[in-house]
Design a protein around this ligand. Sequence first.
Ligand SMILES: Cc1ncc(COP(=O)(O)O)c(C=O)c1O
Length: 407
Amino acid sequence: MTPPRPVWREPLAHTRADFPLLERTIDGHPIVYLDSASTAPKPRCVIDAITRVLSGHTANVHRGVHTLADEITGEYEAARLRIATFLNASPAEIVFTRNATEGVNLVAHGLGLKADDEVVLPALEHHSNFLPWRVHARAVPVGLSEDGYPLYDDVGEALSNRTRLLALAHVSNTAGVVAPIESWIATAHSRGLPVLVDASQSASHVPIDVRALDCDFLVFSGHKLLGPSGIGVLYGKRELLERLALYQTGGGMVRYHGNERFEVHDVPLRFEAGTPNIEGAIGLAAAVSYLDRLGMDTVSTHSHALGKHLIEGLRTVPGARVVAGSAPVERRIALVTFVLDASGLAPESVARLLCDRHQILVSGGYHCAHILHHRLNLEGTVRVSASVFNTHDEVERVVSALREIVG
Ligand SMILES: Cc1ncc(COP(=O)(O)O)c(C=O)c1O
């Protein structure tokens, strides 16, 4: 007799109706979208917010002197306030960027680092939180365990009198585990060093309170947080933002421009040169409001439950090897990368098969983390990543599809 199937709690299954993308089919079958770490589907309220701005509220911000310009400037700044509240920051500390990558580059550029200055980071960081530090200074990676989990406790050994900053992902896009950022922040601050937290993968899975964390900078992209692409956020403590060198110059960030000199606006506008992504900012605020309505505690409980389910499911797939599989399961979010040794297939081929045979959409490749894959001697991994609308039933489907692929 087959054992009874466990009854899964699906506290967010009702959200599926909010995502038009989930109505898509491939070869007549509904898709299973498990690629939100790459970019997430958008709920209808985000789509509606953008459409509303584009159809009835087009005007430039901080420039015009007419009713529509006043309205849109108000909405743009309300979006900043909305996002500040989400992070427990003040609006002056929220800079709108293009994405997380631009946020890291802005800080790496603005700190005025010298070539022999050092930035300490885990070796598995995404290219976007690695290369900017390499370009502007020297990146000093903290080692990894055999299965790719960062040896966070070794941070002290990586610090030197040349260290200028610590940078780490709140949740790595390959390990899928909430990092002990509090201990890195405490270590850094005990030496008077700032910390940049890359919240690209965490911001839509776990609550973030920048004041409680006391982090100095934090970045994320809108498109992974159920918002539009082309918009991101850099949070920085006001006094630190004020000390950063200008990143880009042009219209919008300047208060006065005369023959002899120019005068720039205070933060955050001094970092928003040129016409910003107005509808992107308002769409992102709608995404943040949506997550808040669901409740970040509920979202986080669901993500942890799906992450645990994924790990347990992968244990039943012969030869599945999980990156950072030794990490504490209770710190795992709904994002897992792995290889299928027994399949003899490249990760890209596994992802292709999942799509073509099962309409399950996942990532396959290096996930912008080459150093991690080189250290683990892997030519890529498969990544399954869920969001609020995914269900335990879908986790079961991907696990059984993987079992079928292994054969
Ligand atoms: C952990 C992490 N950091 C940074 C990024 C870069 O995000 P974006 O390409 O939106 O700038 C990503 C994107 O995959 C990521 O997963």
